[in-house]
Design a protein around this ligand. Structure first.
Ligand code: ADP
Length: 624
């Protein structure tokens, strides 16, 4: 700075020379300006800062100091301030250099007065602070960036005091840290990190701080506690940072509740899958896309006899493939890869460690990753040796059964044709002799006995062959038949027997009871009527009633005979179950035949007691 007042004075010339030298050589620009903005004096530095060749050039070209201002209003602001305060320091303003480029300058300005104290102008000293401003801007920007990062980070960021009695105190925290723990940022700033730790985690905190101070970057999973007491798992990642001479701990905390839950879900899923794979009887084996064996379950190892260690990592052909089956197995694999695996799986032959071959049923399917890409192939393998054996046994049994059936048919045929004929001849001959030879009583009795037995045999053969035929029949041909007519004929057939035992048959029915039936249906009613006669003492009556129901005709055959004990009732419809009726002739097949015939008609047969003594047999036959 130079004051022209002194230049004119007669003071020491050396001082003046010194001042001029300072003025000429100063790094700062020194200038004097009139009230209306005219530059009176400027030093070389001022010219240099503003891009002019010399102070003279500057003074000549800048006729009004306002020309230099990027924002001329700042000049008015400055003048106002200098006038009121007398001096302004560090006035920072953007000015335009001669070449048009804009720079930042910082100046100290003060007023210049005449003797009467009137402001006549200003003197100032300025420096170019463009570089400093640029550095400051860059710093501010980077600070902003970091602040934004700090504030917006998804993870909690905490800065803690690292040393001294306040070690662990929270110095700074971001919004995420506040939200994660249910506090406000300001509340966090009054706490220590141990206030966020659960008691268990807090025990280890001094040790973590100590290790951080030792330079270790800590990464651990611990538990934190929210303001409301909720405990949650966090992954902390932190270490030492130093500002100036002060040590802090920077800690990033991530709430890993969801990750833990996902891990837990995966763990239990894995445990579940493993339990199934370990307990299943099915062998499970997988290969990757190269064909390498990647997994085998215990059942598979048991099945083939090789251990997991021996099987894993192997490449095809696998040890459990019999060499002569390779082609079939490869073909099955090929079919699976091209999506042509049959639903029912492949029946293949595998080999055990002891060389034994065994049949397996293999279901092959592809293994997919999360994106649905095929990562390999899975085989579910069932040892079907036993099943095969059972199938073979069953097949043999069926063959034997067929043979037996053929034999039965043959025998039935023989009975029907080859036995009945000679028996018929015996019977007729006996009858003829009986008619002629009636005088000799003994002979007569013998002949009667022969006839009785021939009758019995004929009955038996007829019943047995009928039963055999019904057993193998699946259905009977049916046509419309009138029950009244059937009964009329049956009653006719039993006429002599009824008379013999002095019994009366009462028939109660309306006419035209039509059913869809096979003519064999008469065997049912003949048998019931025959039994009613056989198992009743002479002189009793028998009642046959036909009742029309919605979908059936119900036929009741009621006798007042010996009746049937409750414990015998379930047995009488099965073949050869004669219930203690010694002396009464019968085959024990009659009711079995009746039931089979009724079944084949889609009807029902059952027995009830006659409350007045005796039995009632019921038969239901669908209406026509
Ligand atoms: P069976 O040829 O012996 O008559 P059934 O199959 O016709 O054979 O009858 C089986 C058994 O049921 C008979 O032996 C008899 O004990 C008993 N039974 C059948 N009907 C009657 C009835 N109406 N009264 C008493 N017992 C009967």
């Amino acid at each position: 700075m130079i004051d022209t007042e002194y230049a004119d004075s007669r003071s020491d010339m050396n001082v003046l020379a010194k001042l001029r030298s300072i003025f000429e050589n100063a790094a700062e620009g020194i200038f004097q300006v009139t009230l209306d903005g005219h530059i009176l004096v400027a030093n070389p530095a001022a010219a240099r800062i503003l891009g002019y060749g010399s102070p003279e050039e500057l003074i000549a070209e800048v006729t009004d100091i306002r020309q230099l201002y990027v924002d001329p209003e700042r000049r008015d602001e400055l003048i106002h301030e200098v006038k009121t305060k007398g001096i302004v320091t560090g006035f920072e303003v953007q000015v335009r250099r001669k070449d048009g480029c804009v720079i930042w300058t910082s100046s100290n300005i003060r007023t210049l007065m005449d003797e009467s104290g009137r402001i006549v102008g200003f003197v100032g000293m300025g420096v170019d602070i463009t570089e400093r401003r640029r550095a400051e801007d860059a710093l501010r920007e980077s600070e902003m960036r970091y602040r934004t990062l700090f504030e917006r980070a998804g993870d909690a960021i905490l800065i803690l005091e690292a040393e001294g009695e306040n070690a662990g105190k929270i110095i700074d925290a971001n919004q995420a840290a506040a939200e994660m723990h249910g506090y406000t940022v300001n509340e966090l700033l009054t706490l220590k990190i141990t206030d966020l730790d659960t008691p268990d985690a807090a025990k280890e905190t001094p040790d973590r701080i100590r290790r951080s101070l030792g330079g270790e970057w800590i990464k651990e999973e611990i538990t934190h506690r929210k303001k409301d007491g909720t405990v949650f798992p966090v992954e902390i990642s932190g270490g030492l940072i130093e500002f100036g001479n002060h040590k802090y701990i920077l800690s990033f905390d991530r709430n890993i509740t969801e990750r833990k839950q996902a891990e837990e879900a995966i763990r239990s899923e894995y445990a579940f899958r493993k339990a199934i794979e370990d307990s299943t009887l099915a062998g499970v084996a997988t290969v990757d896309l190269d064909g390498r064996q990647t997994y085998v379950n215990p059942a598979f190892c048991r099945m083939v006899g090789w251990t997991e260690e021996e099987l894993l990592g192997a490449m095809p052909p696998f040890v459990y493939w019999p060499p002569d089956e390779m082609e079939i197995i490869s073909d099955a694999l090929q079919k699976t890869i091209s999506g042509r695996a049959p639903h029912g799986g492949f029946e293949l032959c595998f080999r055990r460690r002891n060389e034994e071959r065994f049949d397996v049923l293999v279901f092959l399917s592809s293994l997919k990753d999360g994106q649905g890409r095929t990562t390999g192939w899975l085989a579910a393998v069932y040892d079907i040796t036993e099943r095969k054996r059972a199938e073979e046994a069953l097949e043999n049994y069926a063959i034997k059964l067929e043979d037996a059936n053929r034999l039965k048919d043959l025998f039935t045929d023989i009975m029907r044709h080859d036995l009945l004929n000679p028996l018929g001849i015996i019977k007729t001959a006996t009858e003829q002799i009986l008619v002629a030879e009636t005088r000799d009583e003994r002979m007569c009795n013998t002949l009667q006995m022969i006839k009785r037995n021939a009758d019995k045999l004929i009955d038996m053969i007829k019943s047995a062959s009928m039963y055999a035929m019904l057993e193998s029949a699946e259905k009977l041909e049916r046509s419309k038949l009138d029950l009244s007519e059937i009964f009329r004929e049956i009653a006719n057939n039993f006429k002599s027997q009824l008379e013999e035992k002095n019994m009366k048959l009462e028939y109660i029915s309306k006419s035209g009871c039509c059913v869809m039936a096979n003519p064999m249906i008469d065997a049912v009613f003949s048998n019931l009527l025959g039994n009613a006669i056989k198992y009743s003492p002479p002189g009793r009556k028998i009642e046959v009633k036909v009742i029309e129901e919605k979908e059936h005709f119900k036929i009741c055959v009621k006798d007042w005979g010996y009746g049937i004990r409750d414990e015998d009732k379930p047995k009488i419809f099965t073949r050869f179950q004669r219930v203690d009726k010694k002396g009464v002739k019968g085959t024990g097949l009659g009711l079995a035949i009746a039931r089979r015939v009724v079944d084949l008609h889609g009807g029902k047969i059952w027995i009830e007691d006659n409350p007045e003594g005796g039995s009632v047999f019921y038969v239901e036959i669908p209406k026509a």
